[in-house]
Design a protein around this ligand. Structure first.
Ligand code: FES
Length: 114
């Protein structure tokens, strides 16, 4: 499935945009070397990362327990670590990468391949 993700110009570098693709919510990120897409829900406790921070042109940080994921690969860079004590939950919630999706640029438009 291919989903229209809007205009490139609508996602400033270092920011992201949430799009809906059927039942899936996807974040499209603009980094220095292009556009990337991941699932929007954190794999820890499923919080939306729409308001997550983009760090060092590399990671998205979940706003709830601060897990950090590599935007380009989806891999976990650091698992949930906030507030103190959340590590007890981590015994039940093992590290899990985000799904990533290909972003295709056509002229000024972006499309995500799901
Ligand atoms: S829900 Fe994202 S780190 Fe816990």
């Amino acid at each position: 499935m291919r989903v229209d993700a809007g205009n490139k110009a609508d996602i400033p570098e270092g920011e992201s945009r949430l799009i809906k693709a059927g039942d899936e919510k996807v974040l499209v990120f603009h980094l220095t070397d292009g556009f990337f897409a991941t699932q929007a829900r954190c794999t820890h406790l499923f919080r939306s990362m729409e308001k997550g921070k983009v760090l060092e042109d590399k990671c998205v940080q979940c706003p709830l327990h601060r897990a950090r994921f590599n935007i380009r690969t989806g891999e976990v860079e650091e698992w949930a670590n906030f507030p103190p004590g959340v590590q007890l939950l981590n015994a039940l919630r093992q590290e899990k990468a985000l799904k990533t999706y290909t972003v295709v640029e056509e002229g000024e438009r972006l499309f995500v391949e799901l």
